[in-house]
Design a protein around this ligand. Sequence first.
Ligand SMILES: C[S@@+](CC[C@H](N)C(=O)[O-])C[C@H]1O[C@@H](n2cnc3c(N)ncnc32)[C@H](O)[C@@H]1O
Length: 241
Amino acid sequence: MAGDLLSAVTCVQQHAVSPHEDFYCTYSATQVDAIVDSLNHRAEFPYELTYLGDGSEMWRAGEVPSNPELAPMLSDFDTILTCHAEQLLALAPSSSPVRIVDLGPGTTRPVRGLIRHLLDRSRLTGYRAIDISAEILELASENLRVDFPAHAERFELCRGDFTGPDLARVLTAERTPGHDGADPVRFVVLAGGTLYNFAEPTQVLRHVCHVMSDHDVLLLTLRIDTGVDRPPFMDQVSVGG
Ligand SMILES: C[S@@+](CC[C@H](N)C(=O)[O-])C[C@H]1O[C@@H](n2cnc3c(N)ncnc32)[C@H](O)[C@@H]1O
């Protein structure tokens, strides 16, 4: 038995591979170290780094349905956060404006209906997103500009890594009061299964919760929300504080 195992192990061949030169333009030195570390320890490319460079193309392509019959399914108004926007808003005191902080916004699709809901009720005081991918931020920015052309000044998109100190930078920025002086309530969004991009999701969630204040509300969704494969019970859930 031990001999079989030994011969299986000795059959493993190692090949040295060198990345294409684009690789070094796409990833910072720190990210290259993280990639090497992950390959060494888990034999995996870190999933959260697949959104940079060409990796963003799949998300851009997903925005343009090649089959127009699929268009209604991709409507902004069918995401779980949109469907429950009224219930989410009920978590904020009635006079409080709401600020959204979106961690890893992707296309922004999960939150655009919620943004619309808050704008229609004059409750949105600002939207800030942090993403590790410059290309994804560009896509997010285009989508917000198209859907909310009159509100560009409310949107702030930052490049950074929310699993590290950048999160505090994004979350501790000034808390400007709303029009009537009430403190804004902050909805911190971690949507679309982003948490499962990480090898240590619990650690990332702890970090996010540690940096959030007691008054913030975390909106966490654990799957990419296409609106088509949502279990029926999700349409009836109530939102708890
Ligand atoms: C699974 S996608 C979800 C996108 C969007 N929230 C949705 O639900 O459609 C993950 C997003 O998080 C971003 N991301 C992944 N790791 C990140 C990190 N450490 N810091 C900032 N953004 C990150 C990716 O670039 C991507 O936009």
